[in-house]
Design a protein around this ligand. Structure first.
Ligand code: ATP
Ligand code: MG
Length: 321
């Protein structure tokens, strides 16, 4: 009924999220965000069936603010309390689209902190069948952007510049067994590629280009560098997804998380789906990055399953599902 989001611009100047600033912003914003959500929904607090909050994973200070506020509301209004896992919610954001995928389906979750292939049997039953062993796909975008001197978060900027470029530079694909991913090698090969001003993308510790040569190369080739990096990240993701479809026999495929806003990934998934006879589901942009709707839809299914928590529940920075 409503989907209000407060975004904190302050982190841009630090090149990444500063946990202490994030927690403080949550304290400052939570009352006005909840008020705005209630107003937009057209309901009153008293009419709600339950109060849901993100219990894990994430920055603990921010999670604590949400958990304490949700507990207080539930206690004051005498409503049941529902704990939601942030990464399950990213997956179930796919149920907010029309038509929504039916079960079972596979979901490629690609966000700032996670890269997972999830096998979803029902809204309350899902299993991670592949995940990154180091950096997340979003980190690969953001760290590459940082190396290129672009502001944080760099993912959307790489997407933007890639549109005017061609993937002429070939970064190697990591050889990782099974359905797991690795992105840290890619980041390193991009760094050395730039340190060599594009002369070679072979691992080389020493600089062979001067700072000026390096910058000139970036300035003159930004679109092609972005297109090349983006194409490699997409091929790493989609090759594993293809493997997961073959392994499970499930051809209903969804994407989730901030990186699923990437225009190249959206188009490539659509193309691969058409070529291989998959049914692909690509959520609207507003349900790809962090949003309130994904927490609400997950809570809805937990409510139907009577999956409530007590006042002794505590948030957790880590935690798989
Ligand atoms: N168009 C885009 N192309 C590539 N990456 C993008 C695009 N838009 C957003 N991103 C990336 O998505 C990430 C943010 O996604 P999201 O908000 O889902 O992550 P998060 O909530 O911080 O992480 P997590 O959900 O794992 O805790 C950032 O790394 C950002 O660069
Ligand atoms: Mg997220």
């Amino acid at each position: 009924m409503s989907n209000i989001i407060a975004t904190q611009k302050i982190h841009e100047q630090y090149g990444g999220v500063v946990p202490e600033l994030a927690s403080r912003a949550h304290i400052e914003k939570i009352v006005s965000v909840v008020d705005a959500a209630i107003k937009q929904s057209g309901y009153s607090l008293a009419e709600l069936d339950a109060i849901a909050f993100t219990q894990a994973p994430g920055l603990i200070g921010a999670l604590l603010v949400g958990a304490q506020y949700a507990k207080s509301l539930a206690l004051a209004l005498d409503k049941p309390l529902i704990a939601v896992h942030h990464m399950q919610a990213h997956v179930l954001a796919n149920l907010l689209q029309d038509p929504a995928p039916s079960f079972p389906f596979l979901c490629l979750t690609v966000s700032g902190g996670h890269t997972q292939i999830v096998h979803c049997v029902s809204p309350t039953e899902m299993k991670i069948i592949g995940q990154t062993i180091d950096d997340a796909a979003g980190e690969a975008f953001d760290k590459t952007a940082k190396i290129l001197g672009l502001p944080y978060p760099g993912g959307p900027l790489i997407d933007k510049y890639a549109k005017d470029g061609k993937a002429i530079y070939k970064f190697s694909e990591p050889k990782i067994d099974g359905l797991d991913f690795s992105f840290s090698g890619l980041k390193t090969s991009i760094l050395y590629f730039l340190n060599n001003a594009g002369a070679s993308n072979v691992y080389k510790v020493e600089y062979t280009a001067t700072a000026e040569e390096r910058q000139k190369f970036i300035d003159e080739n930004l679109a092609n560098i972005c297109a090349s990096v983006q194409e490699r990240i997409i091929s790493i993701l989609l090759n594993k997804l293809k493997k997961a479809v073959l392994q499970t026999g499930i051809t209903r495929v969804c994407i989730a998380g901030g990186v699923s806003a990437n225009s190249g990934l959206r188009q490539s998934l659509k193309d691969i789906g058409e070529k291989n006879g998959w049914q692909t589901y690509i959520p609207p942009l507003e349900f790809c990055t962090d949003n309130a709707g994904m927490i609400a839809i997950t809570a809805y299914y937990k409510y139907l399953a009577n999956d409530f928590v007590g006042m002794d529940i505590t948030p957790s920075a880590n935690g798989s599902f």
